[in-house]
Design a protein around this ligand. Sequence first.
Ligand code: SF4
Length: 240
Amino acid sequence: MTTYLACPVKYRYTYLDPRARWLLKAKSYYSFGSTLHHVLQRFHDAGDAGVETTDEVLAAYEESWIDAGYHSAEEMAEAFGEGREILQRYVAQVQAKPAEAKTLFVERQFRHDFGDFVLIGRIDRVDEYEDGVLEVVDYKSGRESVSEDEVATDIAMCCYQLLLRTKFPDRKVRARIVALRSSDSAVHSLSDGEMVEFERDIAILAREILSENFDERRPVRKPMCERCDFQIACQQDPDF
Ligand code: SF4
């Protein structure tokens, strides 16, 4: 089984204990990411007329701005300026290239029922290319760069490919991460064999989560804790 970077305690907070979700609220980077996602959703949604030019995109950005989680007006003004630059560059790049694909879905949820659990993923965008390939596009608002290897080992990107393949079994699928801060992007496609292996791995992982007694799990400090949103909860444990 491929080893994915994960923390079992995080699974409890993320999947099993909705009361812990409050910890995720009101963070400036979530507000910033949600704002950019919403504007790009409108930009790529053929049904949402009026968000096509740079000026229209920037107007949508002002309308969509979420101000929760910033520590000061200065911090928010700086983030707002960065967001404007990101969107201006993004729109200029899209408009400079001839369209190679048409957008099929924006912000669409896909599900796959495994019987004892359901895999659910909300995909930022799905593009269809002329050769029939379906491409999942995932925006990362905090990233400057991305590599093919990072797409290949990103559990969410593999889940999205699996979800899309189960809905469109006769199509080739691939996944692209777009690092919005630089417009860098990278693509990876799971082969048929890797898709089968991933589906088996995800079922093993999900069933491990379902069978685990999380009340007995104690948090153990590790390098990834430094970047974890749930640290406040784990710090309640005297041995953490
Ligand atoms: S703080 Fe560390 S132990 Fe706690 S959930 Fe996050 S990664 Fe896991």
